[in-house]
Each structure stands twice: as C-alpha cells, then as structure tokens.
Design a protein around this ligand. Structure first.
Ligand code: TYD
Length: 134
C-alpha cells in the first residue's frame, strides 16, 4: 500500500516549535492545494473515498485523529497526533478518518487542484478498480 510516515524538520527552541516540510525533501510532489478540517468530533467519520491520481499528506497540526487505509489487500490504521510528522497517501488508497479529538485540526497538502472526477466514492467501485489494476 502506497502510504508512508514522513518526519518533518524540527527547529524548536525556547521560543516554541517551528516545523518545516520542503518540496523534494519531505514533500515528494508540488503542493497545488491545501485544505484543513476542524470542528469534527469523536462521532465524525470522514473520507470514505480513494483518488485515481491525487497524492496527499495528512498532518494533525493540532489534536489527533485516526485514519484507516486499505488498498483492498492490506489494511492499516494510523493515529495522527504529532504536528511534526505527516502521513503520505498515494493514489488508489481508500481512507476513512475518525476519532477526531475536539481540538483536532487536520491539514492536508494535495498534489492537484480539487477535481470531483478524481474521486472514487464507493467502496464497491474502489475494489472493482483495484481488481482491474492487477
Ligand atoms: P468531502 O469530500 O466530503 O470531505 P471528506 O473527504 O473530508 O469527507 O468534502 C466536503 C465538501 O467540500 C464537498 O462538497 C467537496 C468540497 N471540497 C472542495 O470544494 N474542495 C476541496 O479541495 C475539498 C477537499 C472538498
């Protein structure tokens, strides 16, 4: 499955923390869009889609949430609770995001502008395309 934990550059000192993620170092794609999710709570479940081409990096810059990911063969659950690391998610990975802490802010870096055509929004269709890709 095309996912990877990424550690960012940390430059913390007595004045506070400063975290850096740079193109071609920690970020393997050109960032063409960012968005962030907040105001979710422990009952919220988001995601439930995969992308045909999009690559993303999820960063819990505050609070925490859990992400369950699958490529149809293997499944992994990752807890995002560290502002100094991110979760890279390649294309063709189904993701479900839940267990948001009340204070969670989930920042997402994306390799492409928003395109609804790039989404696969039903698990059945996702599994079907994964089978076709083999
Ligand atoms: P949605 O895909 O439901 O979010 P999630 O994957 O976190 O469950 O997106 C919510 C709404 O926001 C939906 O109407 C699409 C819109 N949206 C944009 O217009 N641009 C974007 O970059 C994103 C991520 C979503």
């Amino acid at each position: 499955m095309d996912i990877k934990k990424i550690e960012f550059q940390q430059h913390g000192d007595s004045r506070g923390m400063l975290v850096v993620a740079e193109y071609q170092k920690e970020i393997p794609f050109t960032v063409k869009r960012i968005y962030y999710i907040y105001g979710a709570d422990s009952e919220t479940r988001r995601g439930f889609h995969s992308h045909k081409n999009l690559q993303q990096i999820y960063i819990a810059i505050h609070g925490s949430c859990r992400v369950t990911l699958t490529d149809g063969k293997t499944t992994e659950t990752v807890c995002l609770d560290d502002a100094a690391s991110g979760l890279y998610i390649g294309h063709n990975v189904w993701r479900e995001i839940y267990d948001f802490s009340d204070d969670a802010v989930l920042l997402v870096l994306a390799s492409e502008p928003y395109s609804e055509d790039d989404y696969i929004r039903t698990y059945d269709q996702f599994i079907q395309t994964q089978t076709e890709n083999i």
